[in-house]
Design a protein around this ligand. Structure first.
Ligand SMILES: [Fe+2]
Length: 154
């Protein structure tokens, strides 16, 4: 880490791809590339959504700032009690937002997909970044800074 990276030069980055499957009623197709991560639980990560495709429904468990670099990110809050999406909005290139931990939402790339830079920090020191969940709120997987550090050390 520490070497300059151009975030628009996709080939220079180490992408990990994710897709859904039969268990999901929405189309999942996205990738992420870790830019930097530190033991204290700080992470910068680039996420790329394919056109009209979602990432897994998730809950942020850390403070998260993000800026859309390319395309459009369609975001809606999700209520696991009712199973309904609310407060839909479209974030365009240049749009920045900071969120405290706790947000549950769906995120989908627009017609040309989306490229978004995330800066994440869990002030508790536990390094808990986010949890993928089902629409009824069951945890599918958890992302922790320890997994991320392990991933980039390989
Ligand atoms: Fe999110």
């Amino acid at each position: 880490m520490g070497k300059p990276k151009n975030l628009f030069k996709q080939d220079d980055l180490n992408w990990k791809h994710y897709s859904g499957g039969e268990n999901f009623d929405y189309h999942i197709d996205y990738s992420d590339a870790v830019l930097d991560a530190r033991e204290d639980g700080r992470l910068e990560i680039l996420v790329k959504w394919e056109p009209n495709s979602f990432c897994h429904l998730h809950k942020h468990t850390a403070e998260t700032s993000s800026v859309v670099l390319k395309g459009e990110l369609h975001v809606s809050d999700f209520d696991v009690e009712t199973g309904k999406e609310t407060n839909k909005r479209i974030r365009k290139a240049g749009d920045f937002v900071h969120k405290e931990a706790g947000d549950i939402h769906m995120e989908k790339g627009g017609p040309e997909g989306a490229l978004v830079l995330f800066m994440i920090y869990d002030p508790s020191g536990q390094g808990n970044l986010a949890k993928s969940i089902t629409k009824s709120g069951k945890v599918i997987s958890s992302s922790n800074i320890k997994n991320i550090l392990k991933r980039i050390s390989n």
